[in-house]
Design a protein. Structure first.
Length: 128
């Protein structure tokens, strides 16, 4: 099983980032962080890579449930969603599959939360 869900799209990069943020919001997520990896690598080490953004998405209700079940789960929060220029005019949007991440912890109390978050992230990506 893959550790992410992804979809390839066509469109203007910035517009697809905005559309992704809106789709996440419709599924109950806020974007806590927005890291422009391409700009950061250019500034820090002079590297030129295609557009690449990491959106740190969080659904507060599910985050609280996960923290109640596992107090160190914060090391895996928020859920990362990547919007990247995949070349050839394609933009890929990918999100972590929290079921895979939570499986490594081995706490059965996280299963229900991981399933719900995975479903909502997949819905957001499908909505694009």
């Amino acid at each position: 099983m893959a550790y992410y869900v992804a979809r390839s799209l066509r469109g203007e990069f910035g517009a697809l980032v905005e559309k992704t943020v809106a789709a996440l919001k419709n599924e109950g997520f806020g974007v806590l962080t927005d890291i422009d990896i391409a700009a950061t690598l250019k500034q820090k080490i002079g590297a030129d890579i295609p557009a690449y953004r990491i959106l740190g998405a969080c659904n507060p209700a599910f985050a609280q449930k996960a923290l109640a079940a596992e107090d160190k789960i914060g090391v895996m929060l928020p859920c990362n969603v990547v919007v990247r220029d995949a070349g050839g005019g394609a933009i890929e949007v990918a999100a972590i599959d929290p079921r895979q991440a939570m499986q490594a912890i081995g706490n059965p109390a996280l299963t229900e939360v991981a399933e719900a978050v995975a479903s909502r992230l997949a819905n957001a990506i499908d909505a694009l």
